[in-house]
Design a protein around this ligand. Sequence first.
Ligand code: FAD
Ligand code: DHB
Length: 392
Amino acid sequence: MDILKTKVAIIGAGPSGLLLGQLLYKAGIDHIIVERQSEEYVASRIRAGILEQVTVDLLEQAGVDENLKNKGLPHSGIEILTFKQKHRIDLTNLTEGKQVTVYGQTEVTKDLMTARKNSGLQSFYMAQDVRINNFYDQPEVEFVVDGRAVKIECEFIAGCDGYHGICRASVPSDQIKTFEKVYPFGWLGILADVPPVSDELIYVQSERGFALCSMRSHTRSRYYLQVPLTEKVEDWSDEKFWEELKNRLDPESREKLVTGESIEKSIAPLRSFVTEPMRFGKLFLAGDAAHIVPPTGAKGLNLAASDIAYLSQALIEFYHDGSEKGINEYSEKCLKRVWKAERFSWWMTHLLHRFETETEFEHKIKQAELSYILDSQAGRTTLAENYVGLPY
Ligand code: FAD
Ligand code: DHB
């Protein structure tokens, strides 16, 4: 068995793991990343697309914002289509100048991977049978790569291995509590090289269900449809997708919509999920390993980034100043922000989707709430403040 030593072993090379690695490298803290999938697989996953200003700032601090600055699209507003009309939420005016940036998770991942390669940092991709041991005392990570067994002896483990990872699953069940809500529908997403239907994102509430018009650039669009969980992606031809999207749009957008061949199509289930606490001795959970939000508020990737801001700062304080304060406060600080983002994502999901079990009374109440939010300055401010991201 090969034995390696490092300060921090990071499990998972998604945005959480890669960003933590980059911030630790900048602070001169030795670490190794262990990832189950291949580099190509990780780099090609299509997921989130909207970055909060605090996420953009963190990527700048990590020194990986060159492409983001050149290719990211700043957005100062979003549209909500309901009651057959579009209502603009002026994010920037309602939040004293804040905005969001359209820049795909795929691009963030690629930028972080390139920076990592250029700095010659150690990563193991295609790691099999990854296990973490002894994390209340002397942490170790074991895995097999290219048929060779490897053990990493470390001081801390960062569990950045997503919802299906092994880190959360390795915690004794009497030390952890989880909170979960599963929604009775999913999002069917399509990526296509066609110009976006509008300059700004459109969140659609319609009698046929929710839809979202998003984008990755001026020539690449991302659209989503609420679909029942029983739907299969194979049953959705491109034509069927575009037809259904048109049915959920207003006449003007329907007219403007440019359709084309999809380059990706998938169905994602919707879930709210939180783990408490997020620290177990010398093991920290971050990102999707600790919490999942339904995608409606575009918070998943941004929450992963805020966990990493707290975790990197805590580890830097520990190694540079010998202070354990950040480490001890990590879980509490993260969870405070996590629950607020969970609430917002749940609320947006609830407000904009069609629930089959909803009574007529509940439907009317929901319409009244949406109408109040859109017509009131206070309501629009609440939405905008949460959408652009709450402060750290
Ligand atoms: P992940 O990106 O899941 O990365 C975890 C990494 O750990 C993966 O590379 C995985 O291969 C690796 N791993 C897993 N198990 C092991 C193991 N045993 N050993 C080693 N490595 C392991 N958010 C939005 O805001 N908007 C969206 O539109 C959106 N769409 C999404 C669509 C899908 C299908 C999914 C799954 C998520 C979506 N999200 C979206 C959420 C967002 O993508 C996540 O919040 C974000 O990826 C979290 O990053 P992460 O690094 O914490 O986890
Ligand atoms: C995207 C995803 C979201 O969940 C969202 O709220 C906005 C945009 C996207 O993939 O572009």
